[in-house]
Design a protein around this ligand. Structure first.
Ligand SMILES: *Cc1c(COP(=O)(O)O)cnc(C)c1O
Length: 754
């Protein structure tokens, strides 16, 4: 067993079933190992069947997840191999640590509160290359893969061709670093800084620093800024005790004791080493955070080699800001652009393609890709792999830019286009033919793909509302954690997802597998269906004119009065009999089988109970009529019952909220016993989730909190800002105090602003 499982080191590791796109012709599918992990929100074991259908044959499964039913299910997959372990996560970690032991190159491990990803990306930008002995072939964590799972997946990328590894480690609570240390085993450590992030997971600041320092237990060198006095102290107190041989290299901008003393005059840096050697450099960024990150990079470079000032400056000049996320923009001819023009490696391509899959608001998908630089792999292997990824993701049109891609054109689909340079593409490509598509633009830095983005971007608005989907995911996870795994989640995407873009938000929510969506009107639901959303959708204002559409698009109405119940019931019944009329012949044939199997599945509806809001909804006294009607209409089924608190955000209404909760429970009890089944019950909105976890019942309805507003005000700092409005300043003018501005002299300047 032990030796067998170690064979998995050389396979392709997958922990997210969505990474396999379902092309069983994919030559790599035989190499895939799926690690089924029982996560907080999902159980990976639920996707084994799906992956088996897609051709995956190797699975690591957790003993505790193997119920008798599941074991029976797995027996059907006779030609698959299942490795039964106590913890799939620990197994991934063990395998990655084993893999790391066989690699003998410098490995840089980065931790700290902020800047880990930027320092990692910048170091890679500064050190990558293939021209001189100071150039490295770098393996690095994709994006911010720095968690208990992200780190082993990052380290797994290491292969014989790499000459340097750069990995980041992030922890949120005590005792997490030990596992990461064993996997990264950095030879050089960077401790970026210490701040308040994740304070809640630690007893004291010192404990947090101590935990982070564990990453360097076996390192040869540690780099940090001695202006962080606490890091300095704990390093000497704790780390030196367990790793006395470690070489500590420090820098300071404040004249504290350090290996390197830096002085800054705007962005001009003078860096003097304790042995007297000095460098004068012009930094490409001047904000304090960037300067700190740059100094970590420079000191790390100087630790690796003795560089000339000219080379250091030349390398600094090629740095570009690191955009942490893919940006989605409005394009010309009704296209949507996904701008990933800052970096290009295979791991990044895989991530960008899965984002493209998730966010395809247009049916056609196009990928514009540059040569992949410094992969360290033989050219033919590399482009075979790229082509497989492209084919596996149903890309309509592939555009390759660069000499290397051009000479490997034969491995790509026939309709693909190739251009030797970005200029050639801009000059020759027929931009008019590009329309109604989602276009991924992904290129390595030397190709300057921002020029392509500029050409494809629709430039009509000086003002842009930016929606940060990563922040949205963060907020979603915050509420998920609050409600726990046993309570379902309905997310309100009404009103254009609170102004954030309903289809994009819904696609993200579908990707994260929420249970239900809700919209205000049928047309909002139709738009979602037309963009590939197949989650159940509740429509809160189902006007009779839209009943046709509700049926056609499988949208589920909120029923709040006897009038609307009768109208909907009558409509469903008529629609059912027309359907049966049309299908009469078929029906005759099927009549020989079980008769009731002919009835269409009952239509889901959602009953709104009025427990005190006194707007829409049934009062308890009306429930007898509701039940009587439903009993006579077996074509209708109550999927959920719900009510709404009038003041969940405000403590002054706590007693009323409790009264509403109790009234709601009473109504649901009446319904359940009269109907003979148990609809899903839900009461809480965003503020309610934060303030009344005891009322969460079977499902909650998340609204404004997802979009970054914590309505109860208790936990605003736990949420991230989702929307940012950016605009262009047209003119700045100096106006004297006492003068007026604009129409009718209504605005007077009374204060002098300096
Ligand atoms: C909008 C809405 C919600 C969500 O409320 P938030 O305060 O935004 O969380 C919940 N339930 C119903 C019925 C709604 O209309």
């Amino acid at each position: 067993m032990k030796t067998k499982i170690f064979q998995l080191i050389n396979r392709l590791w997958i922990t997210d079933s969505r990474q396999v796109t379902g092309n069983t012709a994919d030559p790599q599918i035989g190499d895939v190992v799926f690690f089924a992990i029982q996560g907080e929100h999902h159980d990976g074991h639920d996707f084994i069947g799906e992956l088996y259908q897609k051709g995956v044959r190797q699975f690591v499964v957790e003993r505790s997840a193997l119920t008798p039913e599941r074991r029976t299910e797995l027996m059907h997959y006779a030609d698959a191999t299942f490795f039964e372990v106590a913890s799939s996560l620990q197994t991934v970690q063990t395998l990655a640590a084993e893999q790391r032991q066989n690699v003998h190159i410098p490995i840089i491990g980065i931790t700290g509160s902020n800047g880990k990803t930027i320092v990692k990306e910048w170091l890679a930008q500064l050190l990558e290359g293939s021209h001189s002995h100071t150039d490295y072939v770098v393996a690095k964590s994709p994006k911010s893969y720095n968690s208990q799972l992200g780190v082993p997946l990052s380290v797994h990328q290491l292969n014989e061709s790499h000459t340097l590894g750069i990995f980041e480690a992030g922890i949120s609570k005590a005792h997490e670093m030990q596992a990461l240390e064993a996997i990264i085993r950095p030879t050089i450590g960077i401790f970026t800084n210490i701040g308040t992030a994740h304070d809640e997971g630690f007893r004291t600041r010192k404990q947090k620093i101590a935990e982070k320092l564990r990453l360097f237990t076996h390192a040869e060198t540690l780099i940090y800024c001695s202006d962080y006095a606490e890091i300095d102290e704990e390093t000497h107190l704790l780390l030196k005790a367990v790793n006395p041989a470690i070489q500590v290299i420090t820098w300071s901008l404040k004249g504290r004791q350090a290996t390197y003393q830096g002085t800054l005059q705007s962005n001009q840096l003078t860096l003097i080493k304790s042995d007297g050697r000095s460098n004068q450099l012009l930094l490409p960024f001047a904000d304090p955070a960037s300067i700190e990150n740059l100094l970590h990079c420079l000191v790390t470079m100087l630790t690796l080699h003795a560089w000339t000032t000219e080379t250091l400056q030349a390398r600094l000049n090629r740095l570009r800001p690191v955009s942490m996320r893919l940006e989605q923009k409005e394009g010309i001819n009704n296209c949507v652009l996904i701008d990933d023009s800052y970096n290009n490696d295979v791991a990044g391509l895989q991530l960008a393609l899965s984002y493209l899959n998730q966010q395809s608001t247009r049916s056609r998908r196009i990928v514009i890709l540059s040569d992949v630089l410094q992969s360290g792999q033989p050219e033919s292997d590399l482009y075979e792999q790229v082509s497989t990824l492209i084919r596996g993701n149903a890309i309509e049109q592939f555009v390759g830019i660069g000499p290397v891609l051009s000479r490997n054109a034969h491995v790509f689909a026939e309709n693909s286009l190739f251009y030797p340079t970005t200029d050639a593409f801009l000059g020759q490509f027929s931009f008019n033919k590009l329309h109604d598509s989602t276009v991924l633009v992904k290129g390595a830095r030397p190709f300057f793909f921002e020029r392509i983005v500029a050409r494809l971007e629709r430039k009509v608005h000086g003002t842009v509302l930016e929606i940060n989907l990563d922040a949205l995911t963060h907020n979603l996870n915050y509420y998920r954690e609050k409600v726990g795994p046993d309570t379902k989640l309905m997310v309100m995407v009404k009103a254009f997802a609170y102004g954030s873009g309903s289809t994009e938000v819904a696609q993200l929510l579908q990707f994260h597998r929420v249970d239900y969506l809700a919209v205000a009107y049928a047309d909002e639901g139709i738009t979602l269906r037309q963009h590939g959303i197949d989650l159940p959708i509740m429509v809160m204002n189902p006007a009779p004119e839209t009943f046709d559409a509700l049926l056609a698009y499988n949208l589920e109405p909120e029923i709040y009065s006897m009038r609307i119940l009768r109208e909907w019931g009558g409509f469903v019944q008529r629609a059912g009999s027309e359907e049966r009329g049309a299908g009469e012949v078929a029906e005759q044939q099927r009549l020989t089988s079980v008769a009731h199997a002919l009835l269409p599945a009952p239509r889901h509806l959602h009953l709104k109970i009025d427990t005190g809001m006194h707007r829409l909804g049934f009062l308890e006294t009306e429930l007898a009529d509701v039940v009587a009607y439903l009993k006579n209409n077996p074509g209708l089924q109550v999927a959920t019952v719900f009510s709404h608190l009038v003041g969940s955000d405000d403590p002054q209404f706590n007693a009323f909220s409790k009264q509403q909760y109790e009234a709601f429970l009473q109504s649901t009890t009446i319904l359940e016993s009269a109907l003979g089944y148990r609809p899903t019950r839900h009461l809480l909105n965003s503020a309610g989730i934060v303030r009344f976890s005891e009322y969460k019942l079977d499902m909650v309805r998340l609204g404004i909190g997802l979009y970054g507003v914590e309505a109860s005000g208790i936990n605003q700092s736990a949420l991230q800002t989702v929307g940012t409005l950016r605009t262009v300043i047209s003119q700045i003018k100096t106006v004297r105090a006492g003068e007026s501005i604009g129409y009718s002299r209504r605005v007077f300047l009374i204060m002098k602003l300096v």
